[in-house]
Design a protein around this ligand. Sequence first.
Ligand code: ZN
Ligand code: FE
Ligand code: FE
Ligand code: ZN
Length: 336
Amino acid sequence: MLGKNPLGCEAREGAAAGRAVESKMLRGRRMFLDRGWTPPTPYAGIWDRAGVLKVSAENGRMTDAAFYGKLADLHSHTRLCGHAEGEPRDLARRAKDLGLGVLGISEHCPMPSGFDRLRLAEERLPDYLAMVEDARRAFPTLPIRLGIEAEYCRGEAESVRRFLEKADWDHVIGSVHYLGKWNFDDPKEIPAWKALSDLRATWQAYFDLWKEAARTRLYDTLGHPDLVKKFGFVPEGSCEAMFEDALRAVAEAGCCIEINTAGLRKPVKEIYPSAAFLKIARRMEIPITFGSDAHAPSEVGANFREAVALARACGYTESARFEKRKRTMWPLPEKE
Ligand code: ZN
Ligand code: FE
Ligand code: FE
Ligand code: ZN
């Protein structure tokens, strides 16, 4: 046995020791290490000045607390949209447990009739605002941003604009889920996808809308950039010219794009957007945001290690976050 250490936990040997120390830290009992104390081998990780274990000796990986602390998850949903679980305070609890730097809640905006109803109802906006306030009170040390995932739909920009005036948002995510009135990302539409004769034309129609979305300048970041790939219906051959054309409009508008990990949970099993897309965005110096698109508290921050690895592989070194729609840039977690 190794005896007591300054963290007050009984020292154990091997991997279990590393885990015990790490979980103690994650529970928020962050203490300063006594400078004079040299950790016995099982504790030999890399610690930061606040006594947070940064690199676990157990597996040589950056710990969650150090990794997530540098990141903002700006995209998450609540039960108010009718197809997600949990309330802002449940999402916040999960964010707090992970050690996430910033949590952004971004409910689906209301839509006029003729579109899906699985969204925040306009009359429930006060409830949404109150729930976000309640989460802020419950977790005062976690920065919680009031966001909204606002639709872009041809002919509906005015209704979105009017809705956006009703609250003081931290950030607005612009998303395209409809081609005309076709809710192409609904799993019920898979048979319709199978029946399509020209996939490339469908993709082009999607990116044309996406370009228009950027040009409205209503949004701070554009969500799940290549959502059109969700069910794995991908045209043959290169789409790079299509991506370039769409991204040029985004660059001109000074908008960000989102790296959204929900794609990993969908049939395509790939982050939105693809590396090919993201490399072009990087070349055009378009900033990125991160979003889990959590529809349940357990999905907050999901697959962010993969998301950061993708961003780095495409040349990114920082990501954006917003407060009252003012953008700031933050360095990505250090390389592992
Ligand atoms: Zn949703
Ligand atoms: Fe969406
Ligand atoms: Fe979403
Ligand atoms: Zn979404």
